[in-house]
Design a protein around this ligand. Sequence first.
Ligand SMILES: *[C@@H]1O[C@H](CO)[C@@H](O)[C@H](O)[C@H]1NC(C)=O
Ligand SMILES: *[C@@H]1O[C@H](CO)[C@@H](O)[C@H](O)[C@H]1NC(C)=O
Ligand SMILES: *[C@@H]1O[C@H](CO)[C@@H](O)[C@H](O)[C@H]1NC(C)=O
Ligand SMILES: *[C@@H]1O[C@H](CO)[C@@H](O)[C@H](O)[C@H]1NC(C)=O
Ligand SMILES: *[C@@H]1O[C@H](CO)[C@@H](O)[C@H](O)[C@H]1NC(C)=O
Ligand SMILES: *[C@@H]1O[C@H](CO)[C@@H](O)[C@H](O)[C@H]1NC(C)=O
Ligand SMILES: *[C@@H]1O[C@H](CO)[C@@H](O)[C@H](O)[C@H]1NC(C)=O
Length: 242
Amino acid sequence: MGNVETFIFFCLCSWSLAGVFGDEVKSVSVMEGDSVTLNINDTDIQKDDQIMWKFGRFLIAQINRKINKISVYNDSADGRFRDRLKLDQTGSLTITNTSTTDSGLYNISIDKTEKLFHIFNLSVYAPVPVPVISRDSSQCSLYCSLLCSAVNVSDVTLSWYKGNSLLSSISVSDLRISLSLPLEVEYQDINSYSCVLNNPITNQTTHLNITQLCHTCSGNSGDTNIASHSADISCSICCGSD
Ligand SMILES: *[C@@H]1O[C@H](CO)[C@@H](O)[C@H](O)[C@H]1NC(C)=O
Ligand SMILES: *[C@@H]1O[C@H](CO)[C@@H](O)[C@H](O)[C@H]1NC(C)=O
Ligand SMILES: *[C@@H]1O[C@H](CO)[C@@H](O)[C@H](O)[C@H]1NC(C)=O
Ligand SMILES: *[C@@H]1O[C@H](CO)[C@@H](O)[C@H](O)[C@H]1NC(C)=O
Ligand SMILES: *[C@@H]1O[C@H](CO)[C@@H](O)[C@H](O)[C@H]1NC(C)=O
Ligand SMILES: *[C@@H]1O[C@H](CO)[C@@H](O)[C@H](O)[C@H]1NC(C)=O
Ligand SMILES: *[C@@H]1O[C@H](CO)[C@@H](O)[C@H](O)[C@H]1NC(C)=O
């Protein structure tokens, strides 16, 4: 009881301190290509004479109410914002057709003092591709060895699920790389397995078809699918070495 109260007091206290000092960071996530508006809701601030938006160290937009002027600087920040910035009367900034290079900190300061009022942390995520499940032809065992892969991805997690339970996962942060995650199943396994590729705002799922990928050496020669074609090759290698 006492602990809970202390905890709540501590939270409220830190939260309001953050507000006072203006270093509260508001996180906003958006899918690449979408528009996003970074809203200023504080009505006091909306009356301030000057509001400045910075992306990193670049001044990208400002309002000067004394001379009733709204300016956006499309050429700043290496021109990455081109004609994609809009600043409205309230000081809220809209970025259209977002790109992953728009991710970062947007600082708002007011008046000439450049006192920091607010920070937005914008994260722009690329859509994720559909993960591909293939048979791992380097493995020959009593189990069917599979790989789930995704090429050229960043800021994602790749996971294997059995039904709704997570079996394994692997994550990558900002580097663009290719990922793959192994799974071994019994040939007669009747559980449902799926491979999921996700980032914080979206995901893609591929369901494993054991009958299709893990067939044994007899039969199943009519498939034209590339993944199952390579499975056929690995299967005949396995048969030969048996
Ligand atoms: C302003 O309000 C909108 C909608 O309620 C919210 O999405 C946004 O994050 C708010 N902005 C700030 C700075 O609190
Ligand atoms: C923006 O705010 C962050 C967090 O307080 C700070 O580290 C950074 O230096 C600020 N950037 C500018 C250009 O003021
Ligand atoms: C959005 O940006 C991309 C490249 O950054 C460009 O190819 C595309 O034409 C833009 N779309 C719109 C609607 O402006
Ligand atoms: C901004 O968001 C990203 C992605 O969620 C996170 O990795 C980073 O630490 C955040 N930065 C700040 C200053 O909050
Ligand atoms: C990886 O993705 C990026 C961004 O979509 C693209 O510019 C690059 O050409 C891709 N690289 C490969 C090897 O596919
Ligand atoms: C995938 O996205 C859907 C809809 O956005 C969500 O309901 C589901 O929980 C997500 N699945 C995973 C494994 O993240
Ligand atoms: C699995 O693959 C087999 C053989 O290709 C096919 O007949 C069957 O319909 C597939 N099952 C599902 C659920 O897609």
